[in-house]
Design a binder for this molecule. Structure first.
Ligand code: GLN
Length: 467
């Protein structure tokens, strides 16, 4: 019997290599788990048939293009869209023998923090079915946490890999901007979007990152990355950890979250790290405001392509203009419409300098604040999400409350830096996530630190109700 709740991808690879299970048996085990539990989790928008290859199944967030497999981005406007090519990350995954298990739920165009904005209905948190799994990549998070997939791909613009990982209690890496190709990925905000691994543990995250990363001639923002090392460290000797004081133990961060993060930091000290308070004053104060100019501005340009002529949905109209208007009105939900309007306004002539231009300058300040801290620290640590998982629907009528979910994940995203979530404990019976941020291209150092901490924390990633 394959225990899909506990089996890691690395273990699955071992079973396949030693021929203790076949690819078909592995695939079937996950299909059975999906049949059993997806009706209550709604992690998947589409489940694939066994491609008949001896590989490790991979769940894929539905913003990542998959040849011959529907790719909806959680939107009605792409409901009927079936890509004719694979995104580069899928090409890379297939080249290493991975098989696509299915496409996972997401807030529409990855805009959200809960999957409440999915046009196909929300996913549910495997720890408590009345609560959100986080977002936008809540489907991938619920799939991995609920034992429906050994690992998954997510995408992160302002927190969509790290925050769901925190709320569902597993590992998620948002890689350094430019290390993973965006070719074939539905674009939200191109200067921020990054694909990354969603996994049960740090070693699996490193393994998946090694598979998907690297220069791609189809994405001119990508670069070669240093060879990825699978971590096995169990101490933190010499590691200098900075804890930005604006991100921990402050108003808005739940006391139970602070408590779990503080015990993880004490553990880090006992493993040989030095832990010191530091400050990111402007990044935390202005990060969210700056993000909500830049991301909608870029989204408004990226979403202009959904015009009824090229992809997916098309409504009838007397002329081209009316056809486009009707298609966009019927196809987009409220959140993309809100962001297209904000972004179009912010980019309009006369306002461009005041809004987008200013936000870009603030972004440079955020980057510099981080760079300065990395002269003194190897990694920065903070809570990933200020709260544990909240009830489904609780924040749908208050977009700003929803936006504040990412107050701790957005600053490093704006700075293009890698960040990883590991679970560090429970509060009110729900997982709490610890965020580790490093300098650009410091994934190996983050993996090492996270792995040692993960071993010491000993968090059981299987949701209590499923044990
Ligand atoms: N929650 C943020 C937003 O709504 C981030 C989403 C993401 O990273 N894709 O934009």
């Amino acid at each position: 019997m394959i225990d899909t709740l506990r089996l890691t991808a690395e273990e699955a690879r071992g079973l396949l290599e030693r021929r203790e299970v076949s690819g078909a048996e592995l695939f079937a085990a996950y299909r059975t788990a999906i049949d059993e539990r997806d009706p209550e989790l709604h992690a998947f928008l589409h489940v694939c048939d066994d491609p008949g290859i001896d590989g490790i199944p991979l769940a894929v967030k539905d913003v990542i293009g998959t040849k011959g497999i529907p790719t909806t981005a959680g939107s009605k406007i792409l409901e009927s869209y079936v890509p004719v090519y694979d995104a580069t990350v899928i090409v890379n995954a297939k080249a290493r023998g991975l098989t696509v298990l299915g496409k996972t739920n997401t807030d529409e165009f990855a805009m959200g923090s809960s999957t409440d904005n999915s046009a196909f209905g929300p996913s549910h948190n495997p720890w408590d079915l009345t609560r959100v799994p986080g977002g936008s990549g809540g489907g991938s998070a619920a799939a991995v946490s609920g034992g429906l997939a050994p690992w998954a791909l997510g995408s992160d613009t302002g927190g969509s890999i790290k925050q769901p990982a925190a709320l569902c209690g597993h590992v998620g890496l948002r890689p350094t901007y430019g290390t993973v190709s965006r070719y074939g990925v539905v674009a939200f905000a191109s200067s921020l979007d990054q694909v990354g691994p969603v996994a049960k543990n740090v070693r699996d995250a490193a393994l998946l990152y090694s598979i998907i990363s690297g220069r791609d001639e189809n994405d001119s923002t990508t670069v070669d990355v240093p060879p990825v090392e699978l971590p096995d460290a169990d101490d933190l000797k010499g590691l200098r950890i900075g804890v930005p004081k604006e991100m921990n133990g402050v108003e808005g961060v739940e006391p139970g979250v602070t408590a779990a993060v503080n015990s993880a930091l004490e553990l880090a000290e006992s493993l040989g790290a030095s832990v010191e308070e530091c400050s990111l004053p402007r990044s935390v104060d202005y990060g969210v405001a700056c993000y909500y100019l830049i991301a909608p501005a870029e989204a408004s340009a990226n979403l202009a392509r959904y015009d009824g002529a090229r992809y997916g949905l098309r409504e009838d109209g007397a002329d081209f203009r009316e056809m486009v208007m009707r298609t966009r009105d019927a196809g987009f939900g409220d959140e993309p419409k809100r962001r297209i309007m904000i972004g179009t306004y912010a980019l309009s002539s006369g306002y461009y300098d005041a809004y987008y231009g200013t936000a870009q300058k603030v972004r440079t300040v955020i980057k510099r604040e981080h760079d300065q801290l990395f002269e003194r620290f190897d990694v920065l640590a903070s809570p990933t999400s200020p709260t544990v998982a909240f009830p489904i629907g609780a924040k749908v009528d208050d977009p700003v409350a929803m936006y504040m979910n990412d107050v701790l994940t957005i600053p490093s995203c704006m700075a293009g830096l890698p960040g990883l979530n590991i679970p560090c404990g429970l509060s009110e019976g729900l997982p709490v996530g610890l965020q580790l941020i490093g300098p650009q291209f410091a994934e190996n150092a983050i993996f090492r630190a996270a792995h040692a901490l993960e071993q010491a924390i000993g968090f059981d990633i299987v949701p209590e109700r499923l044990r």
